[in-house]
Design a protein around this ligand. Sequence first.
Ligand SMILES: Nc1ncnc2c1ncn2[C@@H]1O[C@H](COP(=O)(O)OP(=O)(O)OP(=O)(O)O)[C@@H](O)[C@H]1O
Ligand SMILES: [Mg+2]
Length: 539
Amino acid sequence: MSEPVAAASSPQVPLIRVAGVTKRFGGVQALRGVNLEVLPGEVHALLGENGAGKSTLIKILSGVHAYDEGSIEIAGERVAFDSPAQSRAAGVAVVYQDLSLVESLSVGANLMLGREPRTRLGFVKKRQLTAMVNDFLRAHGIPLDARTPVGSLPFAYRQMTEICKALMGDVRILILDEPTSALTGGEEQILFDAIRTVTSRGVGVIYVTHRLNEVFRISQRVTVFRDGLNVGMFPTAQTDMKQLVAAIIGPGHAALHARERTAVGSASNVPAVGKENVAVAAQPILALSKVGNDRLRDVDLTVCKGEIHGLAGLIGSGRTEILETIFGLRVVDTGSIVIDDQALSRITPAQAIKLGVALVPEDRHVQGLVLDHSIERNLTLPRLPQFSRWGWLRSQAAVQQAQNSMKKLAVKAPGSSTYVKFLSGGNQQKVVFAKWDHPRPKLLLLDEPTVGVDVGAREEIYGVVQDAARAGTGVLVVSSDLDELLRLCDRISIVVDGRIVNTLDRAHLGNAEALHHLIQLSRSTTESPKGTSFGAHAT
Ligand SMILES: Nc1ncnc2c1ncn2[C@@H]1O[C@H](COP(=O)(O)OP(=O)(O)OP(=O)(O)O)[C@@H](O)[C@H]1O
Ligand SMILES: [Mg+2]
């Protein structure tokens, strides 16, 4: 089944060559003999379904896991890393799906952790550190400030900090595991520019992503894994979206054609799928009027029963904060919120849940999942009262529920008792997503619902959201993927600097490019005292 890596044989000595590598975790054969090669200056995209084995290979390359069989060469020399430090010393730098920054430290301190400039007595030379880091950031065109505490940055900027951390020092191979999952248009560009800067110096990049359109923008070659095996290696210029989707999902897949349409559509300018929506504009389930707090200003917003309403904007614009305010995680200083005809001046998460509001947060590790619990425990945790009445029936009902949800979203795991920490990133996201589905909420708040999810599962998640809306749930969704918003939403509101500056009906929305321009335009026409930088004040 694995394809020969013939196209890989080039005159240049590859920076990295992986041949026939296998890896087993207990009963799970994560890698069954994979090959991968990266040349100096090359961006090599690595694709595959959730659980295909991408992160496993990366963790082997970075010294986190040992491999069972096969060989790995770096610049022609055979290596087997026993620790991340050895991998790093060989010039391999990795940016993981889950970030590893120290939130209480500044951007600069994080970037220089362990190699701070020090006085002879061992004190950190803070000013020098700040200057060094800011020089580096400026040279790479990265709009961060060394002094900003990492904990105060929005997710994508923490991610960018992580990337900078990898770029500093002597790096030969840079590995990025889904780096853009939370980035929108312009921000993505900053990352791509940074990547081009390093590849022009001969650094080789392994780029893992589920956003297939990026493959065509940044990579020279593409390798696809499925179930721990190579299923294809293509020069990017000689492949297309259709071929990649077929390779990722596999030819035997029943839903291939439906899925293919979505995947291709999400990368081009296909208009949103028609969804008759009778309830829209009829009965509001949520109404915000002039809502303000430390992050929001005069937010007016209505979501109707059965409506899918999108929030578009850049990182730090206040999209997540709107969801958090509705859910009671942020105080309401001014204005009012009405949920299901109940006017509320103060709102707590407990109240919000009681009123039928569910929040699927962006940061799944912090807010969405207990990693040390099983899938079924995670799925039943938020609604324990439901299962607690009948002794043994309780656990049976919970297991049944968990298994149904797992099946519906195609969560790849040996069973519902598998610990969440052993799932691949995308499969963890599916578990987060399954959590809210029972009982069905009246108002569903989604923050980046498909981050890290493969093209097939993304379609399933869209189906679940659309089903909920059809059954009368009002949905408010934040996404950096503009194609996703256009595909799902009846209306889209544009958020700039904590305000909603425009709300548009689907009929008036063009393609992703048009929406991107609209966001940019809204930004430049809204006079912004905070400016565009996301330094110390950003949240
Ligand atoms: N530490 C572990 N213990 C047990 N199983 C593991 C462990 N790490 C990974 N696996 C399993 O190995 C398989 C490959 O997982 P991996 O994380 O490499 O997938 P992936 O391709 O990165 O997926 P995603 O796109 O969702 O991030 C999955 O079935 C996963 O559950
Ligand atoms: Mg992964």
